[in-house]
Design a protein around this ligand. Structure first.
Ligand code: CP
Ligand code: NVA
Length: 300
């Protein structure tokens, strides 16, 4: 049987998503050092882009579970010298038990998965960031309970994080308001596939109205550094600040996958204010990915 991969949130059902969240919460609450379900197992991690949270959480998670993680970058492997992805996937997957990739092109992860004999995890591509959504949803569930029927407002770039929020809205059944400037909206096919749960707005303030959770991300993602100046201009009316938070429900929460730029996509008072749960969200990368590794690697 081909291995189970985690390339997109659409790879898991709503009951699997909720089970992963509940398992992540349990693993966080009761850490048992004797529980080492991945003893002797190895995770290969290929990073084409920088990372703090994704790298540390996967490495620490594997160590907690008795396994080991290997950091690989194209710079120091034959991948960077043009060895075909198909060959690399066959070779590396013959030596490790699981593979995590962070790449520019989404197709790179998909091709790796096609030729890998072990589960492949998407650790962020230009198109999606599903692991971050496991953590974000765990964080919301911990703070407020199930997100079904709630309203989330995405304010900012229609980027990889926005696409994974659209997928999460479809799988967990919540309403997603999206406010992005012209030219920076999410992929229309992704929006259309999620149906009526997705509502697009022309202004950040309108999108924030009645929201239970406000989310944003950087204006220029990794690989878009050259566009920073033009993006600062395009996104000037899309900062999450106290005015935006005031338009949402009184007990609305604020999340950001980090790293954040205070004074750009989020004001410092919101980022460091009482409604912000960004550091719980970051910590939950560890717990939710441990739940994911267990789900993919431990036979039921
Ligand atoms: N949020 C996130 O994926 O962070 P890193 O880029 O530090 O891994
Ligand atoms: N959208 C951001 C997320 C970083 C975790 C990027 O791709 O750089």
């Amino acid at each position: 049987m081909p291995p189970r991969h985690f390339i997109s949130l659409l790879d898991i059902s709503s009951s699997e998503f909720r089970a992963l969240i509940n398992r992540a919460i349990a693993l966080k609450q009761h850490r048992n050092p004797d529980y080492q379900p991945l003893k002797g197992q190895v995770l290969g991690m290929i990073f084409e882009k920088s990372s703090t949270r994704t790298r540390v959480s996967f490495e620490a998670g594997m160590a907690h579970f008795g396994g080991h993680a290997i950091f690989l970058s194209p710079r120091d492997t034959q991948l960077g010298r043009g060895e075909p992805i198909e060959d690399s996937a066959k070779v590396i997957s013959s030596m490790v038990d699981c593979l995590m990739l962070r790449t520019f092109k989404h197709e790179t992860v998909e091709t790796f998965a096609k030729y890998s004999s072990v589960p492949v995890i998407n650790g962020l591509t230009d198109d999606q960031h599903p692991c971050q959504l496991l953590a974000d949803m765990q964080t919301y569930f911990e703070a407020r309970g199930d997100i079904q029927g709630k309203t989330v407002a995405w304010i900012g770039d229609g980027n990889n994080m926005c696409h994974s929020y659209i997928h999460a809205a479809a799988v967990l059944d919540f309403t997603l308001h999206i406010a992005s400037p012209d030219g920076y909206r999410p992929d229309p096919n992704t929006v259309a596939a999620a149906g009526k749960r997705i509502r697009c707005f022309d202004s950040a303030l309108a999108a924030a109205k009645n929201a239970d959770l406000i989310v944003t991300d950087v204006w220029a993602s990794m690989g878009q550094e050259d566009e920073q100046k033009q993006r600062v201009i395009a996104f000037k009316d899309y900062q999450v600040n106290s005015e935006i938070m005031a338009a949402a429900h009184r007990d609305a929460l604020f999340m950001h996958c980090l790293p954040a730029h205070r004074g750009e996509e989020v004001s410092a008072d919101v980022m460091d204010g009482p409604q912000s749960i960004v550091f719980a969200e970051a910590e939950n990368r560890l717990h939710s990915q441990k739940a994911l590794l267990e789900f993919l690697l431990c036979a039921k």
